[in-house]
Design a protein around this ligand. Structure first.
Ligand code: CDP
Length: 251
């Protein structure tokens, strides 16, 4: 962000490096229930990002001293695979992944009915298999679907998307080069039905006017993403029903 560079991020037709318009998302696809052993799971591709989320629980939290006697603890672990970025990423937690894990945990605690499960843990494992900017938003979006797929009592899903500024223009959903050479990146997460903000960060500088514009774009995108999330769950649900009907016919 803010790196000095001659790279032009918007062409004379007002299009971005990958041909997108200012307010255009990269393509997002989500599939729920892709892992057999997890209680819930989701696989998400978002542009060139590839993210797997697996949910376990609610289950007894170990070590016991970490338990909360009045509610469940949501423990998200965001991890980038060593092969997920162009330079090999050193395996294991680093400052960045610890920070992202913490903010995803805090966001998800807002939607899970944690009071129903004292002393329990809800574990959310997020593996970034390929990274191309916007992985925290992709991770939170996938994690929400995996939680719903696990049937964990929750008020709603969280949808997340960033907006930012490149070449002096406010745009939606920065790609890798836009993230590297742009002027600002503002990841946002909301509960789309209530418009409650569960994550907001800002890297770089914006005027208040630009910030408002960025929020307008990101909120609109979150609502679009929410429909993709719901669609993933609907498809998952209708497939299992079909399977059940087949099973009954065989009887
Ligand atoms: O991924 P997100 O935009 O949420 O977080 P970031 O810290 O702004 O990182 C932006 C992008 O930089 C990531 O999505 C990766 O593609 C890349 N990155 C990398 O190449 N190596 C790292 N160790 C961390 C990030």
């Amino acid at each position: 962000m803010g790196m000095d560079s001659d790279i032009k991020l918007i062409d004379e037709n007002g299009l971005r490096l990958d041909g997108r318009k200012f307010d255009e998302l990269r393509e997002i696809k989500i599939e729920a229930g892709v892992l057999q052993r997890a209680d819930g799971s989701a696989y998400l591709t978002w542009g060139e990002n590839k993210v797997m989320a697996a949910v376990y629980g609610p289950r007894e939290l170990h070590p016991r001293h970490a338990q909360n006697p009045s509610k469940a603890v949501v423990q998200a672990r965001y991890n980038m695979a060593a092969f997920s970025v162009s330079d090999r990423k050193r395996p294991g937690p680093d400052r960045r992944s610890v920070e992202i894990s913490k903010l995803i945990s805090e966001a998800l605690e807002e939607i899970v009915f944690v009071e129903q499960f004292p002393r329990a843990a809800v574990d959310v494992f997020i593996e970034v298999l390929e990274a191309s900017a916007g992985t925290r938003c992709a991770a939170l979006t996938a994690a929400s679907v995996a939680l719903a797929d696990a049937g964990i009592p929750m008020s709603d899903m969280i949808a997340s998307c960033a907006a930012g500024k490149i070449d002096g223009h406010v745009v939606l959903d920065l790609g890798q080069k836009e993230d590297n050479f742009g002027e600002a990146d503002v990841p946002l997460a909301i509960v789309p039905r209530t418009d409650k903000v569960t994550l907001l960060q800002m890297d770089g500088d914006l005027t208040t006017e630009e910030f408002d514009k960025a929020m307008e774009l990101a909120v609109g995108a979150c609502k679009e993403i929410y429909e993709i999330q719901r669609d993933a769950l609907k498809r998952r649900y209708s497939t299992s029903l079909e399977g059940y009907e087949d099973f009954e016919e065989d009887e």
